[in-house]
Design a protein. Structure first.
Length: 104
């Protein structure tokens, strides 16, 4: 597999995981931090903004995983790279949003 597929799968996993909190918060009608808030990533964005941001992240994640090369779910190495990208993004999001919501 070419090196750029590993990079695409890693970031595809990261974008896919980032889609979850934004989309879910938006669909639930809750404000949630996004890059479009003031200050970016710390202020709250409207539910509609979060639905769009979550959907955008999901689309980018899909394109990176399923449209760069040939992703096969039975290929352990490919799945592990997507999972590693998602796991690292999950840790980063937990840390970032934990700081935002600390004390609330």
């Amino acid at each position: 597999m070419p090196w750029y597929q590993y990079v695409a799968y890693f970031f595809g996993g990261a974008f896919s995981v980032n889609a979850i909190p934004h989309f879910v918060s938006g669909v639930m009608g809750r404000s949630f931090p996004s890059p479009f808030a003031k200050p970016p990533g710390k202020g709250m964005s409207s539910p509609m903004v979060n639905v769009f941001w979550g959907a955008f992240n999901a689309i980018v994640g899909y394109l990176l995983v399923f449209r760069v090369g040939y992703f096969a779910a039975h290929d352990t190495q490919s799945v592990a790279i997507v999972g590693l990208g998602g796991l690292l993004m999950g840790f980063m999001l937990a840390n970032a949003f934990g700081q935002v919501f600390k004390g609330k």
